[in-house]
Write a protein that binds this ligand. Structure first.
Ligand SMILES: [Fe+2]
Ligand SMILES: [Fe+2]
Length: 482
């Protein structure tokens, strides 16, 4: 039998990119201790390193290298160090450690002079000075270099970073709640006219993208089971999650996925300007109130246009805010005086928004529509309200029993949907975690696959009879899923 080839390089992109960067960067850093800035060798090493950095920025949108203990993380994913690269990693680790520099980030493409500034600054700092990172930061600021950031080496802190798949869930959970925090922050900063931390927002959305690309089940699960306290904030984050997961499935490049996430996150920004009494009104809205409600896409667009800090992102965000109620056939709102073609982002966000708004109705209606019904409505309106091709992908993604759905089985067992089958034919046969009642509470049992058949009869061992409302069982579904 032929020996199995190591396929790591192809499979694990963060490792590949992170390794390339470290090798080139380390070489350049070492060069600075021997040659001066104008030396031709430095010129060559700079160009080589630049090629890697800017290539990564183009494909990933960001380059964030972080050292935690003796691990390296590339865009928050741990780099698997190959044996033959170990000496370089070790040497680089020592260089960084003695300078107390724990992370380096490039948020935009850089030029050679800026990169040289960074490496000469790094190589010039004192050894074992904890505040080196502050000095480098300040110096970069003085030189007007905003696209490069450095951070302090933290010896024992590794929040933010999770290594294995169990931890991946924690990571997903954390980015979910951080995203909610971010939306709150942005809304506050608009209300108080404070400046926004764009870098943080961008990085957070990149984390969401990373988490979804590795395993979208946790985040989709979270989107499906959120609590009701902060409907608006949860809704924003959910729309971002559905949009990213959907975008990934229809092949939106990774760099643009985080933009899509931002557009999803802020699609309802205009609602911050609508009085709470109208937003939360349980009775029928008057025509004036309706008009007010319907103005939120235009208000949102104006708010985004005023946020100059967002730069190139604002075009994307406007697509989300302005187009999400227009409908595929343009019969929605705002009414347009001329025909436009709704952008891809607008079409994706419209679907994500509609689904999340129905599955989690407003305060007055705690019992959500079952997913099956909503997907049915969406299919019916496909081609009119929604882009038919994207609706199809969306329905497959959600399944008729979405993650986190509480179900009753024909065996009289209760369970939670924990994994949806890839195969469309088996959309009603997800994996389910059985729940048992004992000692006054529900406990997690084993996970069963509803595709399993009885070997003798050939019948399915278990099937879903109906969905149940967790509220009726006083159950917090989130506890079991995350
Ligand atoms: Fe909206
Ligand atoms: Fe919305």
């Amino acid at each position: 039998m032929p020996e199995e080839k190591p396929t790591l390089d192809h499979e694990h992109l963060p490792t590949k990119l992170g390794t390339e960067f470290i090798i080139k960067f380390h070489r350049l850093l070492k060069g600075t201790t021997i040659y001066d800035r104008k030396n031709v060798i430095i010129g060559r090493l700079t160009q080589e390193c630049l090629g890697v950095i800017n290539g990564i920025i183009q494909s990933e949108g960001n380059l964030f290298l972080k050292i935690v203990r003796d691990n390296f993380f590339f865009n928050n994913i741990r780099i698997i160090v190959r044996a033959d690269n170990y000496p370089i990693f070790k040497a680089f680790w020592q260089e960084m450690r003695k300078r107390w520099i724990g992370d380096i980030e490039f948020s935009e493409e850089v030029n050679g002079e800026h990169l040289k500034d960074l490496v000469y600054l790094l190589s010039g700092v004192e050894e074992n000075n904890e505040s080196n990172y502050l000095y480098v930061k300040k110096q970069l600021e003085y030189r007007g270099i905003e696209s490069i950031q450095v951070g302090k080496l933290e010896f024992f802190k590794d929040e933010d970073i999770y290594i294995d798949s169990e931890d991946q869930k924690k990571y997903s959970k954390e980015v979910y709640f951080k995203s909610i925090g971010l939306v709150k922050e942005v809304v506050e900063s608009i209300n108080n006219q404070k400046a926004l931390n764009i870098r943080k927002a961008k990085r957070l959305m990149q984390n969401v993208v990373n988490a979804i690309m590795q395993d979208d089940s946790t985040l989709l699960g979270l989107a499906n089971i959120k609590n009701y306290d902060d409907y608006t904030f949860n809704h924003s984050v959910n729309v971002a999650i559905y949009a990213i997961a959907l975008g990934q499935r229809i092949g939106v490049p990774k760099k643009r996925l985080s933009h899509l996430g931002m557009a999803g996150l802020f699609h309802d920004m205009g609602k911050t300007r609508i009085p709470k009494e109208i937003l939360n009104k349980t009775g029928k809205l008057t025509p004036e109130e309706w008009a007010m409600m319907r103005s939120h896409p235009v208000i949102g667009t104006e708010l985004i246009m005023r946020m100059k800090e967002w730069g190139e992102l604002s075009t994307r965000m406007i697509q989300g805010a302005f187009e999400h109620h227009l409908r595929y056939d343009l019969t929605g709102y705002p009414r347009l005086t001329r025909k436009i073609k709704i952008t891809l982002f607008g079409r994706i966000i419209a679907i994500a928004d509609f689904y999340d708004a129905l599955v989690r109705p407003r305060v007055y209606n705690r019992f959500p529509y079952v997913s099956e019904k909503i997907l049915g409505i969406m299919l019916e309106r496909s081609g009119k309200d929604f882009d038919p091709a994207i609706v199809k992908v969306f329905i497959n993604m959600i399944g008729i029993y979405p993650l986190g759905t509480l179900v009753l089985l024909n065996t009289n067992e209760m369970g939670l949907v924990t994994q949806i089958q890839e195969d469309t034919e088996l959309i009603d046969r997800p994996k389910v975690c059985l729940l048992y009642y004992g000692d006054g509470e529900y406990r997690k049992g084993k996970v069963v696959d509803l595709r399993e058949t009885d070997q003798v009869t050939g019948d399915f061992k278990r099937s879903i009879v109906k969905t149940l409302d967790p509220n009726e069982y006083n159950m917090n579904v989130a506890e079991f899923l995350i």
